[in-house]
Design a protein around this ligand. Sequence first.
Ligand code: PEP
Ligand code: MN
Length: 336
Amino acid sequence: MPIVMKNDATESQVAAVGAVIRAMGFTPQPMPGIQRTTICVLGNKSRVDSSQIEVMDGVMEVIHVTKPFKLVSREGKEPTVVRVGANAFGGAALPVIAGPCAVEDRARFLEIAEIVKEAGATMLRGGAYKPRTSPYAFQGLGENGLKIMAEAREKTGLPICTEVMDTDTVELVSEYTDVIQIGARNMYNFSLLKRVGKQKKPVLLKRGLSATINEFLMAAEYILSEGNWNVILCERGIRTFEEQTRNTLDLSAIPIIHELSHLPIIVDPSHASGRWDSVIPLARAAVAVGADGLIVEVHQNPKEAFSDGPQSLKPDKFLNLMQDIRLIAKSVGRQV
Ligand code: PEP
Ligand code: MN
């Protein structure tokens, strides 16, 4: 139940509404926006009698959310901007996260970090814990991989984003990373979602392989309900009957999610298609359709990549991608 305060509501009026919510046995969660503050009510299981709040000074409107995802819902809220260093997900400038699928070794990662930065990437990606289909495939360098990523951040000044696969490693990963990624396979791992909701680092939540938009937003609701509102959604393709591509990029999810939720949503054209030759066209389309950023796999020598080589762009192609999306971003009122 978001309580929308008037533009000129004072801090003490916001505090007074908070006190009434607390007296009702619930928790107030103020969300200061650019225009006005919205106060969310946490902890209610059913419709709250808001008559007492509606008449309070500074209150513009009380909205009874009709969607199952209450905190994530757009109703009564301004779009959220998630800030990570100089990146603002949901702002006018589109962040571009780039790097290899996995951190393979120190020298190679430090080199690709410089290359993608030079091309215009604003954040680094790389997996230290890899969710592989086969238990015999490369599983990632673990903490050593995290250390290499932290060194790359030092050297480039770019923030880093990496995946956490289980609750046991959340603390360790969040010590190193700037953004914690929850992979597609873990979108339904509710104990992991709750756990990352309890820590402070922003979360990049990928859409599950077979998740509907509602299920995707409910997964985000788990994270917000634990107190972490810095969630960036990521459309990375869903499984369909099509076999030419690894997954099918659901571009229609972007405008729909913008309509349903205040959270920013970015696109991963690499995992969506599984083929490097589709990555640039899909990235262009993603920007055109209103995505709030991109996450792209780039490797110096995709043929030798430990994982996801077929979908990784070579550095010169990543440069082309950046040039292309700059033009498209401008035409939709954004910039790169
Ligand atoms: C990844 O980003 O390398 C990854 C495994 O992504 P997803 O969870 O979308 O498959
Ligand atoms: Mn990958």
